[in-house]
Design a protein around this ligand. Sequence first.
Ligand code: CP
Ligand code: NVA
Length: 344
Amino acid sequence: MASRATIERRTDSVPVQKDPDILAAAARLAGEDLCSVGDLSSGEVRAILKLGHEVKRNPREYRHALDAKQMVLMFEKASLRTRLSFETGMNTMGGNAIFVDQTSSPLGEREAIADVARNVERWVDIIVLRTYAHDTITEMAANSRVPVVNALSDFEHPCQALADFMTLEEHFGTVAGLNFTYVGDGNNVCHSLMLAGAQLGANVTIATPRGYSPDIEIVTKAREMAQANGCEVNLTQDPQAAASGADAVYTDVCVSMGFEHESTKRAPIFRPFQVNEALMQKAAGNAVFMHCLPARRNAEVTDSVLDGPQSIVFDQAENRMHAQKALLLLLLGGLANVPAFSEQ
Ligand code: CP
Ligand code: NVA
C-alpha cells in the first residue's frame, strides 16, 4: 500500500504566525493574480508551502478566514481534482464556490474576455480559470480588479506544482538539494514544476522526446531562478540517465487535453519514456513516484508503479486542497481574520 506521506519532519523553529516569508507574502500577494509560478518569488513559493502545511495541521483555525467570500471557477476543460479541491478548500474556510462550466462555450466566444472580467468582478472576490489558451488567463487578469488564478492552461499548471512540492516537503522534510526528475511531455505541468523546483532549490532534470522539450522561455527563466537558488535545471532526451539517482520521478500524460488529435502520432514516440519498474530501479532506493493525475494506466506509467509502495500520487491530490487554501488565504487577505495572525 502506498505510504501516506504525512511524516512531520519539518523543523521550522519560527512559529508560522511570525514567519518572515509568510508575513511578506501576505503583504505582497493580497489582491494579486497567479497566472504563472514565475509570478512568485522564491520566498513567496516557500510561504505558500509553509502556510499549506499549517492549514493542513490546523484546519479549524482557518474555518472562518474567508467568511462570505465568493469564488467563481470558470472551466473550459474537464476536472476532478482541481474543481473539488478548490471548492472544498473555499467551503471549509467559510467562503462559497460557484462553478461555471465553459466546456461548450470557451471564454471570449460569446463576449470579449475583458467584458467578462468587468462583469464578474462586480459579484465575486476571486476568479479561478481553467483554459486552453494561456492568454485567456492573462487577459482576464489584466482586466479584472479581483485576483485571477490559473487552474491550468495549455502553458502552465501552477497550483499543481505548489501542491506537488508541498508533498515532497512532507515526505523528505525539505526539497532543497533534492534530485527531481520529470519524464515525458514538456507540457503545462512540466513548466510549472520546473519553475517551482528552481525557486525551491531542487535540482530539476527533464527528460522528453526530441521535439517535445519544454518551452525555451520557461527553461531560461527556470535556469535563472536555479542559479539564484543554488540548484540546476537540466534537459535530456535519455529517460534512464534522468532517472538515475533521482529522489522523485514524475510523469504526466503524453496527450494533454486539447491535443487528443495527436494521440496516434505520440504513442510510439513516448513509449520509451514510460515510467515502469525498470526505470524506477535506476532511481534512489527511497525515491518516490509522482503524477498529477489523471493517469493513462499502462501508457505513461505502469500499474505496478502507480499502485506501488513508492507512489505518492494520492497525497499529491490531497495536498491540492491544502496548498490552494494557503494561496486563497494570501490572495484574499484571509490571515487578517485568523486570531493567531491578527492578534500577534
Ligand atoms: N491534476 C489535475 O489538475 O486534475 P484535474 O484535471 O482532475 O483537475
Ligand atoms: N497535462 C495534463 C494535465 C492534466 C491535469 C493536461 O493538460 O491535460
